[in-house]
Ligand binder design. Structure first.
Ligand code: ADP
Ligand code: MG
Length: 314
């Protein structure tokens, strides 16, 4: 392709909200063999909502929600936002059962009244958070986080969790002072175009892959809904780039689509990194493409544009 053709293609892309950083990236997209999708916030809407909260100890449900929300208050994770939202609504309606006027405006005020102080907070990447509340150690996160801290998950809770996961929900487990307390189920719906895009990629001869830190059972359930057979689950943030590199080993050209801080090393490692617009700045910086509209159809637009621009000169 001539420099003019590249310029024209870049302009067409920009008009469709597909921003490409340079002619090399534009050229590589035509030969993509794999498109690796991050799950949360990329295939899914990234609008996590709590659907279930269940206590398995003697703790009062309101106290349980306060505990979890207090631990998650310092976390940037989308799951943390869902937890805080759920606790907020629970307490808000507890106070004012008959009115929801100005509910969003009063969010910070209501929360600050209920939240407990969390000390020594730390995020455990790919697993959850931990902190100290009322001088007691609190863990909020996945199975791994709970069990590697020596906390036993009761059989009844484990079966409840398996049930949630089989229904594509992510389970969040909570331990207080070394004891298992309860869990929450969170759903994050697929983007409406996700399944169509997966189907479209297959028609183009491109192999779709789902990559996630979430557990196997949830990942498989979501993958099935969206039509992806190749799933890589329970991948720690640092491992996402390794998955990309392993796919590249036989000379395959790999595109990675992601939105989170977790995804930036994988976006950088991929032959074609595509950041979802509205994702974190670090992801956008690491990527070759920015899909401004936050619409997965633009993955196909980008491949199409590259094929049309370069096909004639090979
Ligand atoms: P993904 O690859 O889907 O974006 P992450 O690597 O961010 O996932 O997290 C993997 C898993 O770790 C989540 O599915 C969740 O179970 C757990 N987790 C991570 N952060 C949190 C948090 N702040 N609160 C609860 N659980 C968390
Ligand atoms: Mg994500």
């Amino acid at each position: 392709a001539t420099p003019t053709a590249v310029m024209v293609a870049t302009g067409i892309g920009a008009n469709h909200g597909v921003l490409v950083k340079g002619g090399d990236a534009l050229e590589r997209a035509q030969n993509v063999n794999y498109v690796v999708f991050d799950k949360t916030g990329t295939l899914t809407q990234g609008k996590a909502v709590v659907t279930t909260a269940k206590v398995f100890s003697g703790m009062d449900l309101g106290d349980f929600l306060t505990l979890v929300a207090s631990a998650e208050a310092s976390s940037e994770h989308p799951l943390a936002k869902a937890v805080l939202d759920y606790a907020f609504h629970f307490h808000f309606f507890g106070e004012l059962p008959s009115s929801n006027n100005g509910i969003e405006q009063r969010k910070d005020e209501v929360l600050s009244r209920w939240l407990l102080e969390a000390e020594d907070f730390s995020a455990v990447p790919g697993k959850g958070v931990q902190c100290s509340i009322n001088g007691k150690h609190v863990l909020v996160g996945n199975r791994t986080l709970i069990t590697e801290n020596g906390v036993t998950i009761p059989q009844e809770a484990e079966s409840f969790l398996v049930d949630l996961e089989s229904n594509a929900k992510t389970g969040i487990l909570v331990a207080y002072d070394g004891d298992f307390v309860g869990l929450m189920g969170i759903t994050d719906p697929l983007k409406r175009e996700a399944a169509v895009v997966v189907e479209g990629l297959k028609k183009l001869g491109v192999h779709p892959v789902m990559l996630t830190g979430d557990n196997w059972r949830t990942a498989q359930a979501v993958a099935k809904e969206v039509g992806i057979e190749d799933v890589r689950a329970e991948v720690m943030p640092a491992g996402k780039a390794d998955v990309v590199r392993s796919l590249q080993k036989d000379g395959s050209i790999v595109a990675m689509v992601g939105d989170g801080i977790n995804d930036s090393p994988a976006l950088a490692a991929a032959d074609v990194g595509m950041a979802i617009g509205g994702g974190t700045d670090i992801a956008i910086e690491a990527a070759d493409y920015v899909l401004v509209r936050n619409n997965l159809e633009d993955v196909i637009t980008a491949i199409d544009l590259s094929r049309k621009t370069f096909s004639r000169i090979r």
